[in-house]
Design a protein around this ligand. Structure first.
Ligand code: ADP
Ligand code: MG
Length: 231
């Protein structure tokens, strides 16, 4: 229901892109594991949120008009204290406003930082006119573009499909763990894949959705960014 309300609101405003800070409610509604996240409207609010979450934190630009946050220098990770958070909030919001004059800047998301050593994967779907939603699973971060290492399956996915899709990529070994490393939590990834499949069926207005990155280690997988595009 949270998802439908958000979509109606975007359709009314003729705003096809749903960005991370707007989609937080949708993630919650679907029970997806997310890093603790607070929207801060001022640098003081950002510091208060960081103290609450605990350092280190990540700051991300929160604007309905900016869906690729890094393009405007809008993501800073590993902020370790109040002074850094204060300064970074001001830098991020000022730079975003300078680069995107017409953008409405709501503030910044203050987010719990994933532990070191996590792998980044991407889970998404694209709706095909003919075949319907096509689920994708791949290695995330800088590797997606270079390696084009992505597996596809048509929704709805069965549990077996989810089991397979996370093991079909060429970089499977990176997830399974190189010598002496523990494998990532594949079950947690499969669960997120299944939710994405359900989301694709529940929300026909969404033509494209992407969790990028999902951060995974041997313990758990969390959705650290999301964007959706309406038709
Ligand atoms: P963009 O809109 O540019 O895709 P993201 O939210 O995906 O912004 O952040 C960019 C990158 O920052 C991610 O790919 C990931 O490497 C890192 N990152 C984002 N959120 C976190 C987090 N909570 N913990 C650790 N790293 C993160
Ligand atoms: Mg991202």
């Amino acid at each position: 229901e949270a998802a439908r309300a958000l979509i109606r609101d975007h359709e009314r405003r003729n705003q096809p892109e749903i960005v991370e800070f707007e989609a937080q409610q949708v993630l919650k509604a679907y029970g997806l594991p997310t890093p603790q996240t607070v929207l801060a409207r001022s640098s003081d609010e950002a510091v208060a949120a960081a103290e609450e979450i605990g350092y280190p934190v990540v700051l991300k630009i929160a604007s309905p008009d900016i869906s690729h946050k890094s393009d405007v220098g809008g993501v800073k990770v590993n902020l370790g204290n109040a002074t850094e958070v204060m300064k970074t909030f001001k830098e991020i919001t000022a730079r975003a406003q300078r680069l995107r004059r017409d953008a409405y800047i709501a503030g910044c998301l203050v987010q719990e930082m994933a532990p070191p050593g996590v792998r980044e994967v991407i889970i998404g779907f694209k709706r095909d006119e003919q075949f319907g939603p096509m689920l994708m699973f791949g290695l995330g971060g800088i590797y997606v573009e270079i390696m084009k290492d992505i597996a596809f399956k048509l929704a709805p996915l069965s549990k077996q499909d989810a089991f397979e899709i996370v093991r079909e990529i060429k970089s499977y070994m990176l997830l399974k763990g190189l010598k002496g490393e523990q494998p990532v939590n594949f079950t947690a990834l499969e669960e997120i894949v299944m939710v994405m499949s359900r989301l694709a069926l529940d929300l026909p207005q969404v033509v494209e959705a992407e969790f990028n990155p999902v951060l995974v280690n041997h313990e758990r997988a969390i959705v650290a960014d999301v964007r959706m595009t309406l038709r």
